[in-house]
Design a protein around this ligand. Structure first.
Ligand code: ADP
Ligand code: MG
Length: 237
């Protein structure tokens, strides 16, 4: 079982950021939350992660009611648009961070870090500092760091949003390959329809805090459920 969102709502002041959202995300799938700016994507992701509490509704993770669990209890890996790597730590130390604070055995940490460096194709760069890496490399470190603790769920909020078009395109393909290897349930936020189409198994289209449609890229492209989806997804303009 993956993620179940049941009738979740979240208001900020009088503004309804997420309204009565229900959603099922299969275990091991790679799902995109797609919608225009302000449609509630980040808020929904934060609700799934436990960084934000819903006003009403439930979040169920791997079959367990997680609505009132902390981020740590949910065992979530998180990557944001603006990489928050520790500047004073090397790539290796950044990746090891979550395992160090969990007091994992030294040997296990070392092995895991080397395995992750290989997975994100940063072999040889382990002793560099974040300032000595490109933007794309930094996001790969952030992903490795998120994966180090073997999260139940990986949540990515516009992970490639700050990068230039060419790097973004490479990272998309790379995220797809990574996911095919690791199979961790992954939800990523994007406002880029092409990115969602290319990478995701399933797309959740959001508009004004609500889910407009859920489907595979082909289903959504061929059978848009509303005029909004059609205008947002439709033939690339
Ligand atoms: P998206 O990620 O799709 O751009 P968000 O979920 O970030 O949308 O935001 C949806 C709306 O909720 C935005 O209009 C934003 O101003 C508002 N919002 C989000 N977080 C907060 C907050 N912590 N306090 C007040 N308003 C917020
Ligand atoms: Mg956002």
């Amino acid at each position: 079982m993956g993620i179940v969102v049941e009738n979740v709502s979240k208001q900020f002041g009088s503004f309804q950021a997420v309204e009565q959202v229900s959603l099922e995300i299969n275990s091991g799938s790679l799902v995109a939350l797609l919608g225009p700016s302000g449609s509630g994507k980040s808020t929904l992701l934060r609700l799934i992660s436990g960084l934000e509490m819903p006003d009403s509704g439930k979040i169920i993770l791997t079959g367990k009611d997680a609505t009132y669990q902390s981020v740590q209890e949910r065992n979530i890996g998180f990557v944001f648009q603006h990489y928050a790597l520790f500047k004073h730590l090397t790539v290796r130390q950044n990746i090891a961070f979550g395992l160090e604070i969990r007091k994992a055995p030294k040997k296990k940490i070392q092995g895991k870090v080397e395995q992750l460096l290989e997975l994100v194709q940063l072999n040889g760069l382990g002793d560099r500092y974040p300032s000595q890496l490109s933007g794309g490399q930094r996001q790969r470190v952030a992903l490795a760091r998120a994966l180090a603790v073997e999260p139940n769920v990986l949540l990515l909020d516009e992970p490639f949003g700050a990068l230039d078009a060419k790097v973004r395109k490479d990272l998309r393909a790379w995220l797809r390959r990574l996911h095919d290897e690791v199979h961790v349930t992954t939800v990523f936020v994007t406002h880029d329809q092409e990115e969602a189409m290319e990478v995701a198994d399933e797309i959740v289209v959001m508009n004004k805090g609500k889910v407009e449609q859920v489907g595979t890229p082909a289903e959504i492209y061929d059978h848009p459920a509303s005029a909004f989806v059609m205008s947002f997804i439709g033939p690339v303009n």
